[in-house]
Ligand binder design. Structure first.
Ligand code: ATP
Ligand code: BTN
Length: 320
């Protein structure tokens, strides 16, 4: 077995619950107890909290539901690959756009190099969140790509609502917020043009049951688990709903453009009517946020009136 295959098999055993001794796991996978102990350390480096009690063995600190490729494939409508351990699901698809059918999905349990906008890191511990990307050949071309994070953001919030997760809002252009804390992020990347069409990858990371003590996140964040409290939810079914919602939104966008997404975005805008600042390099503009327009630009009311801003280099920040 390849090294991470043993780790994944150990995780499968542990995710069933209870204690599992090094001896039992060693016998199961044909390796020594020392090798199991090494694998456990490797799994811990993926961000999984496992503890050991002398005489009993190893146990997960929190329950974990693994993703199941057969369920994901059966309930979605485009090619899908579950690659448990990956650098970045966006990167994986970007490197393969020539061979892939538009709509292909890549989903992972752990990303070693998950990324956000402008090369920022997306913290991606194993098994506790969702990391998924969709390859899309956009016939409308590059110019229409800016609208994609808007369209996909709206679709994801609506899918969460249908799943019973209420109160999630959008922060222009690519984040999902709950009570002013970041729940999820969307990253749209391009790999170039083929004819008039643009090859795009739309990635989404959403926190589900990420441990509170997770290191490396520099701003307030939350998770679906925190929103739902003790209420249980099925991670595979949530992934299915989100993938299907993204596909549906992309089809809609190809057919109808941004127009009917603007009215769906504005009531969900976390900063609508609130004082914000836009940061563009070393320039900052303050104003009242007034939603978005049909190009997907954010509208800011300043002393000069209402102005539209658009571009990958702009960051929006709430003001007290
Ligand atoms: P903007 O895109 O408007 O500049 P941003 O600060 O949210 O805003 P992004 O590039 O969108 O920046 O997102 C990356 C940031 O998100 C990281 O710098 C980090 O602080 C934060 N982050 C990383 N991983 C997670 C996570 N799993 N959950 C919540 N936030 C995260
Ligand atoms: C952001 O808030 O800046 C966007 C974060 C996007 C994270 C997702 S996780 C799946 C996909 N693969 C990546 O490397 N990034 C996106």
């Amino acid at each position: 077995m390849k090294e991470h295959k043993v780790k994944l098999a150990i995780l499968k055993q542990l995710s069933a619950g209870g204690f599992h001794s090094g001896e039992e796991l060693g016998q199961e996978f044909g390796v020594s107890r020392a090798a199991i102990s090494k694998h456990i350390k490797g799994i811990q480096q993926w961000g999984v909290d496992i503890f050991r009690i002398q005489g009993k063995g190893y146990q997960l600190a929190a329950p974990m539901q693994l993703l199941d490729e057969s369920i994901l494939k059966a309930k979605t409508h485009k090619p899908l690959e579950l690659i448990p351990i990956i650098d970045s699901t966006n990167q994986y698809l970007l490197e393969r756009t020539e061979q892939l059918e538009s709509g292909t999905v890549c989903i992972a349990e752990y990303q070693g190099k998950g990324r956000g906008r402008r090369g920022r890191e997306w913290i991606s511990p194993f098994g506790s969140n969702l990391y998924l990307s969709v390859f899309w050949r956009l016939d409308a071309g590059m110019a229409a790509a800016m609208g994609l994070s808007i369209v996909v953001g709206v679709a994801i919030v609506e899918a969460l609502q249908a799943f019973g997760i209420q109160g999630v809002k959008l922060k222009w252009p690519n984040d999902l917020y709950y009570q002013d804390r970041k729940l999820a992020g969307i990253l749209v990347e391009m790999s170039g043009q083929a004819g008039g069409a643009a090859n795009l990858v739309i990635g989404m990371g959403i926190n589900l049951r990420m441990a509170e003590q997770t290191a490396g996140i520099t701003q307030p964040w939350t998770s679906v688990g925190e929103i739902l409290g003790e209420q249980n939810f099925d991670r595979n079914l949530l992934a299915v709903e989100l993938v299907n919602a993204i596909h549906q939104a992309l089809d809609d966008y190809e057919l109808h453009g941004m127009s009917h997404f603007v009215e769906r975005w504005n009531p969900l805008d976390n900063y609508l009517g609130r004082k914000v600042k836009l940061i563009m390099g070393n320039r900052e503009i303050e104003g009242i946020e007034r939603g978005i327009n049909e190009q997907g630009a954010v509208l800011l009311e300043t002393k000069q009136g209402i102005e539209a801003f658009i571009g990958g280099e702009i960051s929006l920040r709430g003001q007290a």
